[in-house]
Design a protein around this ligand. Structure first.
Ligand code: GLC
Length: 616
């Protein structure tokens, strides 16, 4: 990591731009300023992190994403909630966007009008810093977003562009007529086909067409202009110096546009990310980068870096493929599609890690490849149709209560909204007051969480899921949200409900304490650190997914039954991986089993799972 590599990357992108040389010199100055203003405590934390072999691979980390206002009210009140989070075992906190964003045109904070001012709804920058300091003193880590691809149309740059200032018009993609927009539109898919079709919006004020890939109020930044990159790196380093430990780079797949392409995942987008990584390594080496690339599996892998930049681009990516495949397994009771995807997912380079998750603030996209479905002997069109109907209420026997998000009549694509609990059947079971279904849906919630906690990577809970929040339909009354059904799974926390974690046998108690136990287990087992030590078992039954995690001290088998029937796993599955006899201890139920003959089986309850350690 050095200045020459940085220069090479900068010139790769801007070599033919008249501002290239001065832009590069300005960037170097920006880095020097960032180093100079980095607090001493943050520098010593950087050093501590660097002494560990990749601090962020640790099994002791456990994350949660939350909206400050919906979880706690504001930043000040967040500190009174840290005990609750620590009790659960969470020590990495992703605060959903808190920088200024116009109410009503906010996209949950992803339309930023001022990158350096905390929105008044949440509090102030000083309160954010105070919270971060308190978190650090408790050994917790902070994750924030940088919204790299676009700004709100109320951002100062956009306002100046609207007034006709050519300097700032060059910060965006703006055109006098539809000639270029038509060419872009031909190959660019619609991201929000229902609420924001097309990729351009006509701005009355300046009489130009502006690129708006997401909502019409989110203006895409023009990274062919080196000034834009320099400004955004300066912002990234500003966040680094606030003490951010993991920076979530929002929507990096979109940051470079080119006519004749989908304008996603282009090589220049990767060069820009490598450049950002270099700048961060030179100034705030303790800050890890998470690339939020929710794209096809092969493309996701490239965000870890390729060629001489392997493991030198993003430190983390979301394991969006596996997340969706867990939902596939849960609906179908069949693990084959998931297994067909693994040879690609296992290519992740050493030293990088996944964010593993079951739910987040976004929808579930069934973005894995058709060939994976075909390999499992299924028809991709009908299989996806089944999954969408299963989760959105169109399938007669399904207990799931979700909805389709962003249906595209042109392509037939749709994604899925809904909370973990509602998609696992808890909403329906509670409505029906069906105790058996309530217990089964809780079992499904725990199965989904356990599968993602032990898989390798940093598990990221979504707030509310730790106590089983079902869908919240109040968003329909708010015109700033009603067009976007992702709000159904972004609950407003009712602390009276959460207090029931202290009432034995309540739903909240059961889910909270079981989740807590899984987290404690994860923290106890060092073998669960993401050291590329995972092997999938041959399942011998399509209902069971099993993986083995091994280091020089321990061998752990994580076995999950995704079907509503009891499953039987031959003991031969263990012998194939070198455990031919002896005892296995289940950390979940705290029971021991003797490895039996090949024709004998480990019996797994419906939606049950084991975390087995080979002990003799
Ligand atoms: C990311 C965010 C999503 C947002 C989009 C546009 O995908 O996760 O919530 O709508 O970027 O910023």
């Amino acid at each position: 990591m050095n200045r020459e590599v940085l220069r090479q990357l900068y010139y790769e992108i801007y070599g033919s731009h008249p501002l290239c040389e001065s832009g590069f010199n300005d960037l170097i100055q920006t880095l020097k300023n960032a180093v100079q203003s980095r607090e001493r405590q943050l520098k010593s934390l950087d050093e501590k992190k660097l002494q560990k072999d990749k601090w962020f691979l640790s099994n002791e980390l456990m994350g949660m994403s939350l909206y400050v206002d919906r979880f706690a009210g504001d930043l000040k009140s967040m500190s009174s909630k840290l005990d609750y989070l620590n009790e659960l075992g969470v020590n990495v906190l992703h605060l959903m966007p808190i920088f200024e964003s116009p109410a009503g045109e906010s996209d949950g904070g992803y339309a930023v009008s001022n990158f350096r001012k905390v929105d008044e709804r949440f509090g102030s920058l000083d309160e954010l810093i105070a919270l971060r300091k308190e978190m650090h003193s408790r050994g917790m880590y902070l994750m924030l977003d940088i919204v790299l691809n676009h700004t709100s149309h109320h951002h100062e740059w956009a306002l100046k562009a609207k007034q006709g200032d050519p300097y700032y018009q060059d910060y965006y993609y703006m055109y006098e007529n539809r000639w270029l927009p038509n060419q872009f539109d031909e190959y660019m898919p619609d991201i929000f086909p229902e609420s924001a079709p097309g990729n351009f919006t006509y701005d009355e004020a300046c009489g130009k067409w502006v690129m708006t890939v997401f909502h019409q109020y989110q203006w895409d930044l023009n990274y062919t202009n080196p000034r834009v990159l320099n400004e955004m790196i300066d912002t990234i380093l500003f966040y680094a110096n606030l003490g951010v430990d993991v920076l979530r780079i929002d929507a990096p797949a979109f940051i470079w546009k080119q006519t004749g392409t989908s304008s996603q995942n282009l090589p220049q987008a990767h060069t820009l990310l490598r450049l950002i990584k270099q700048c961060v390594s030179m100034t705030a080496p303790g800050m890890a980068l998470l690339g939020e690339a929710i794209v096809a599996p092969k493309e996701i892998m490239k965000y870890f870096g390729t060629d001489e930049f392997v493991a030198k681009e993003c430190d983390f990516a979301y394991n969006a493929t596996h997340m969706a495949l867990q939902w596939d397994m849960l609906a179908s009771g069949d693990t084959r599609v998931m297994l067909a995807a693994q040879h690609e997912l296992l290519q992740k380079p050493y030293g990088t890690s996944w964010i593993t998750y079951t739910r987040c603030h976004d929808d579930i996209g069934l973005g894995y490849d058709d060939y994976m479905i075909e390999q499992a002997g299924k028809n991709p069109y009908y299989h996806r149709k089944f999954l969408k109907e299963y989760y959105s209420g169109g399938f007669p026997d399904s207990p799931a209560r979700g909805a389709l998000f962003s249906s595209n009549p042109k392509t037939g694509d749709a994604r899925i909204s809904g909370s973990l609990a509602s998609l696992c059947g808890l909403e329906k079971a509670m409505y029906d007051q069906d105790q058996f279904q309530i217990e089964q849906s809780i079992q499904k919630i725990l199965l989904m969480q356990a599968h993602s906690f032990f898989l390798g990577g940093l598990p990221m809970l979504f707030y509310g899921d730790e106590v089983g929040y079902t869908n919240d339909y109040s968003y329909l009354q708010d015109p700033g949200k009603s067009y976007d059904n992702r709000w159904m799974h972004r609950p407003i926390i009712n602390w009276q409900k959460n207090k029931r974690i202290n009432t034995p046998d309540s739903i909240e108690y059961t889910i909270f304490h079981s989740t807590q136990k899984l987290i404690q287990l994860r923290k106890k087992l060092e073998v669960i650190s993401d050291k590329s030590n995972l092997t999938w078992l041959t399942p011998h039954t399509i209902h069971v997914a099993g993986y083995m995690r091994v280091d020089q001290h321990k061998k752990i088998y994580c076995i999950f039954n995704f079907s509503k029937e009891t499953a039987y796993l031959t003991w031969y599955a263990f012998k194939e991986t070198g455990t031919s006899s002896g005892t296995v201890f289940d950390h979940w139920t705290e029971k021991e089993f003797q490895i039996g003959e090949d024709h004998e089986h480990l019996i797994i309850a419906p939606y049950g799972f084991y975390i087995l350690e080979s002990i003799a």
